[in-house]
Ligand binder design. Structure first.
Ligand code: MLT
Length: 385
């Protein structure tokens, strides 16, 4: 019945966690959900209003253009120029996506043939590995270890895998480890990509979720990056728009052409009213982004202190809305997550869900109110782990 390619495809991590949450709720457990990175704060009103206005215009009821409205792509280019000091040609170097996850998944079909290797960080957002499997590619795991501050040790990647690899996924600020890098790291990556003829697919949805004076660089900010790769970004986390499904890919125009070719054959673009919302987000007042950061920072500090008091080992992140904490000794990450769910009603994501190298950790997200985070910390402390 099913194609062979899906037999190796695991269930999507967050869909599985959803099932567990539902079961726990059915049992009457009061759940505090610190699992998925899905902003609980609303999309700012000027963005919603722009969408409502555009939804009333019959012109927007027809098919959108495949690569996205030029006005949306220009808004992306202007935003990148302003925020990351990168100049992009809106026509050739920006492609609109139905959320960056869609572009990530379709890029494997554009760049991998049967048996081609993708270098995939481990732990990582599951879509990189699973999309590779779906395209019949071979994910070659690149461990991100604590000793290396959760960045890949390029020298230690198997030489044969490097020789055969066609693409490499990267993601900084990093999900799930919350690692943050400087521009010099991307310089090394560009050299590596050039030396080994590997296309870099950098995923940057947390680029604006930064604290304590840290600013996240774009991969494309390095000289030569545009020759070797593309960057995915999304409006989801920056503007509280996960439900809207809008993101984009930027950078190397040839790579984008390949991705566009796949997309034109499988989807028909993003509803133009959603693109109008995107334009309002990227070009309108940015006060909401700052306000979000203040909220997440306060939550981060409360959770960090709470986890410490509960006896957990964790570092305070300077980017993303995740805390990557070590599980207490004697536990595997799934068992520890189940214990938190069953005995405290606190849902976290087990590190193993992000790859084998994620074992030994659990991820806490900051997408519930500070009151609920405080309550979660109190429950953890009561567990006496
Ligand atoms: C996460 O929580 O890691 C992601 O936001 C989930 C997703 O994008 O599916």
């Amino acid at each position: 019945m099913y194609a062979k390619r899906i037999s190796s495809l695991p269930p999507y991590l967050f869909a599985e966690i959803d099932k567990r949450k539902k079961e726990a709720r059915k049992k009457g457990i009061d759940i505090i959900d610190l699992s998925i990175g899905d902003p609980d704060l609303p999309t700012p009103p000027h963005i919603v209003e722009a969408a409502c206005r555009a939804a009333k215009d019959p012109l927007n009821h027809r098919y959108p253009s495949y690569e996205g409205m030029l006005s949306f792509r220009e808004a992306v280019a202007a935003w990148y120029n302003r925020r990351k000091h990168i100049s992009l040609d809106a026509e050739d170097e920006v492609l609109t996506l139905i959320g960056s996850k869609e572009g990530i998944a379709h890029s494997t079909f554009a760049f991998l043939d049967h048996g081609d290797i993708a270098l995939v960080p481990d732990p990582a957002y599951p879509a990189y590995k699973n999309a590779t499997l779906l395209a019949n590619g071979i994910p070659h795991s690149v461990p991100l270890t604590e000793e290396n501050e959760f960045t890949p040790d390029l020298e230690s990647i198997d030489k044969e895998a490097v020789r055969k690899a066609k693409i490499m996924f990267l993601n900084y600020p990093n999900n799930p480890t919350a690692a943050a890098v400087e521009k010099s790291f991307f310089k090394e990556i560009v050299d590596f990509a050039r030396d080994h003829d590997i296309a870099i697919l950098h995923d940057n949805p947390y680029s604006e979720l930064t604290f304590d004076g840290y600013e996240a660089p774009s991969f494309l900010a390095v000289d030569g990056a545009k020759d070797v790769g593309i960057e995915f970004n999304s409006l989801s986390k920056t503007y509280n728009m996960t439900g809207w499904r809008i993101g984009y890919a930027i950078g190397n125009s040839d790579l984008l052409k390949g991705l566009r070719l796949v997309k034109t054959n499988v989807d028909s673009g993003v509803f133009q009213a959603v693109q109008a919302a995107g334009i309002a987000a990227l070009t309108g007042p940015q006060g909401g982004v700052k306000a979000n950061l203040a909220v997440y920072k306060e939550r981060r500090d409360i959770l960090f202190d709470g986890l410490k008091s509960a006896g957990m080992e964790v570092k305070k992140p300077k980017a993303t809305f995740y805390l990557w904490a070590k599980v207490p000794s004697g536990f595997l990450s799934i068992r520890f997550s189940l214990l938190l769910l069953d005995r405290a009603g606190v849902v976290v994501t087990p590190g193993i869900g992000f790859g084998d190298a994620g074992e030994g950790f659990v991820r806490f997200s900051l997408c519930v109110s500070k009151e609920r985070i405080k309550e979660a910390c109190e429950r953890l402390e009561r567990l006496d782990i």
